[in-house]
Design a protein. Sequence first.
Length: 284
Amino acid sequence: MITGVGVLCCRPRAGLLQVLGDHGPAGQLARKILPLAVLVPIAVGMLRLEGERRGFFNIGDAIALQVFANVLVTFILLMGGILVLYRSDLERRQREFAHRRKLELSWQRAEAAKDAKAAFLANMSHEIRTPLNSIIGFTDLILDDSGLAPHLRRQLDLVKNSGDALLTVINDILDFSKMEAGKTKLIHHGFNLRHLLQNTLSIIRQTAETKGLVIELSVDDELGCYFIGDESRLRQILLNLLSNAVKFTAEGRVDLTVTHRSAVSGSRSVMFAVTDTGSGIPND
C-alpha cells in the first residue's frame, strides 16, 4: 500500500521501475520510499508477533496497532514527498526566473547597444556630410565657369557624381532607424536613365582600368531616356553590384546590360544585369 501510494504521488502514469530509474525529484522520492515500504511492514509485523507471543496485547489490539503504524508511516512519507516535490518545484521556478531575468538583461543590453550604434552613426554621418556638402557645392561653382577646359569639366563631373553617390549613402545612414523598421520610402521623380548609367560607370571605370579590366555598358535601343523612379536608390544598387564585380574579378571584363521587358500594368519593365569573368561565389 505504501509503495503504491508513493508511486502514485511520484508519477501516476509511469510504472514502478520507470519511476525508480528517473533522475528527477520523482525518482528520488520513490527510491526513498521503497526501502521504507518494504522494511516498515516487516518490522511492524515482527513487533506485533513478538507482542502477541509475550502477551502484551491480544490479536485485535495487535492488528489495530499495525494499521495505525502503517497509516502513520504513510502520512509521514506523503508529507515528505510533498516537501520534496514542493522544493523541486520551487527550485524549478527559481531557475526559470533567473533565466527570464538573464533574457531581460540581454535584451536591455542589446537595446542599449542598438541605441548607441544609431547615435554614433547619426553623429558620424553629420560630421561627414558637412564637409561633403562643401565639396559638392564648390564643385558646382567651378562647373558653372563657362571657360573651363573640357577635360577638367569631365573630371569635375566625376567628382560631383561620386560626391552625390556618397551623399546618398550618408543620408541612408542618417535614416538608419527607418531602415531597421522597414519604413524606407522611395522618392519617385523623373530622371535620364542613360545619363545615370554613364555617370555610374564613370565612377567605377577608373578602378576597373587600374586592374586591367574592360568595363562596358549595353543599353537596349528600345529603351527611352527618361523614366520615373528613385534615381538615388537605383544608382546605389548599381554601384554596389558593379563594385563587387570589379572587386572579385582578377582579369577579363565587367558588363552592365540594360534591356527592355514586356510592359506590366501599363508601366515599363527594365532589367539590369551585371556580369563578369570572375570566379563567382563559392558553393559553400
